[in-house]
Design a protein around this ligand. Sequence first.
Ligand code: PSV
Ligand code: MN
Length: 403
Amino acid sequence: MKYGEQLQKGAKERVWRALDAFAIELPSWGFANTGTRFGKFLQEEAASTLEEKFADSAEVKRLTGAVSAVALHVLWDMPNGLKDVEAVRTLEKKHGIKAGAINPNLFQDQSYKLGSLCNANPEIRQHALDHLLLSIEIAKELGVRDTSLWLSDGSSYPGTQNIRKRIDWLVDALKTAHAKLGPGQQLLVEYKPFEPYFYHTDIADWGMARELCREAGPQAKVLVDTGHHYQGQNIEQIVAWLLRSGLMGGFHFNDRRYADDDLTLGSIDPYAIFRVFYEVLSAASVSHEPANIAYMIDQSHNMKGKMEAAVQTVVTAQELFARAALVDLETLGDLQDAGRLVEAEELFRGAFWTDVRPLVGEWRKAHGASADPLLSLREDGYVEHIRKERRARNTAGGGGSYA
Ligand code: PSV
Ligand code: MN
């Protein structure tokens, strides 16, 4: 098959079908002012209230047509716990966007210096567990499927912690949490090799996350954050394994050059994300059912405007998903089985190199979104409006120096 032929052979239908089924969650924290370890460069238009985060997410949803929900971080967004549920329900209705995955915060409390669910002190473990259970309760109240757990727990110096004891504490906690899940709810377990600790991390990779899920129960699944791997790791192979074992729960998408850089999806290595999407789509084609995976973004933008970055990310995700959907799986399978390596590779690469932007734009337009969301964002005045509205609050103290 020659390059370009794929577009003629029912490509539009394939892309259309893929995009119909594709939606991604935005992180509420992606709209707030965050910083690096060395300083904060404040953005006048950043969101600081939950209402503003909902409003910003709704604008990204309106422009792209591919946003399913806005993921919440309990301490940052719902500091009063269950008392805030009603307010979230009101915001969901007002802005026409649902709350997404509920993220417990087990990394900021002063007592967590030596760990949260893995702390040697049983009182601190209980405190962390209570917060995890509260998060599950909040998810239940809001009708949200996923509680998304990331633990920063670890140590920076060999010999200072008992790794095996910590595994047992963690398993106990996850079993207790799992028992509280309602029908249809899920506990997503996210792994990360290092940072904030640099010797050991209690859930350092997908194998540890998978073991923990298996011990916790059938509603626990693994969350793959694309920024949480060592350099050179074959992430799509991890995804293939997790799909095979029914433990692929969801993604936190972002791109990186060095470590957990939280750069815009596809800005450094779009081919890597294409390959991940291809694994998901090819597994779904064999099982004949959608994998029911939570697609989520986990990025914070300190250089780019937050609204622009969010729109750019969703559009990139749509485009890479569409390109992955272009792979003719049947033909590829035949070529692979016949050992026709270069033809197989060219078919695969051909899909990646196809410019789907006009097709994806058409899909968006047909679905009431914008053919060119970044241009529409620039033209519709939303950013100017929120900048005016939020300027005074965002520049009064806080962060680094701001002229
Ligand atoms: C940790 O690096 C992480 O990826 C987790 O998902 C957190 O919830 C998120 O970033 C925000 O800090
Ligand atoms: Mn993450």
